[in-house]
Ligand binder design. Structure first.
Ligand code: ZN
Length: 258
């Protein structure tokens, strides 16, 4: 069984003490690739270092997280632009709109998001989207730019079936992780109806650990709990879930290599 953790922040200080063991546990559990979403310049050096220590396993993205969009966002984007022109990345992200924490920089968030979507088109890279309290607005931006060439993921998807169908119609994928296992989640019901279509796996480690690890640090080896839950919801084997979601991930992230 080969799995892909399409969204994990393994370079954060939560993993500073034991990252090699974390990766070993995950590879032992079948995780063959780790896609590392960027947040901002502050954590970039550690991310790139992790990627170079694990070639063929860890893949870095480049981007500016909506929660890192502040007054100095133009400068931060300049750095992203320069970095994108200097070397290869697996995706642009994470980017998007987050109106949950703070609306102060709403206008700037839009500017940064649009700019990053334009770079995704320019470099023919997937765009990894973070959307919180903003699914309508985020989908609207993607719809504007989708002329058939844009691809990407709504990471940590946790919305209604209607939004899932809109995302599928746009040719986009949905990253599903720990929230699928939460008691209050509506996601199992949504997935029961849409199936594995355009679904990929993610942990968002160290955040959002699945049951039974709530309150603890999340890590990529826990991806297996998402596989089990999907298999249970859809009455499929775990192997079938792994096969389909891994194929979807490769379709999004390695389009030009497979
Ligand atoms: Zn993230």
């Amino acid at each position: 069984m080969e799995l892909i953790d399409s969204h994990c922040h393994l370079y954060l200080s939560d993993f500073a003490e034991d990252i090699d063991e974390v990766i070993l546990r995950a590879t032992t559990a079948g995780v063959g690739r780790f896609y590392l979403p960027a947040i901002d310049r502050g954590s970039e050096a550690v991310m790139l270092d992790l990627e170079s220590r694990y070639p063929g396993l860890c893949y870095a993205m480049q981007g500016l997280h909506p929660c890192s969009v502040k007054g100095d966002f133009a400068l931060a984007l300049k750095h992203v632009e320069h970095s994108l022109s200097s070397r290869k990345f697996v995706a642009i992200g994470e980017t998007g709109l987050d109106f949950y924490w703070d609306m102060t920089f709403e206008k700037e968030q839009y500017l940064a998001f649009r700019q990053q979507v334009e770079w995704a088109l320019h470099y023919d890279l997937p765009v990894v989207i973070h959307s919180r309290e903003s699914i309508d607005q985020t989908i609207a931006v993607i719809r504007e730019y989708q002329k058939g060439n844009l691809r990407g993921v709504f990471h940590c998807f946790n919305e209604s079936e209607d939004f899932a169908r809109q995302i599928i119609d746009l040719g986009f994928h949905m990253g599903v992780g720990g929230t699928l296992t939460y008691k209050k989640s509506n996601l199992p019901a949504v997935i029961k109806n849409i199936g594995l279509e355009n679904i990929i796996l993610e942990t968002d480690a160290p955040y959002l650990p699945p049951v039974p690890f709530r309150g603890k640090r999340n890590e990529s080896s826990y991806l297996i709990y998402i596989v089990k839950k999907l298999a249970e919801i859809l009455d499929l084997t775990e192997e079938e879930v792994a096969k389909q979601t891994t194929a979807h991930s490769l379709q999004v992230f390695q389009k030009n290599k497979v």
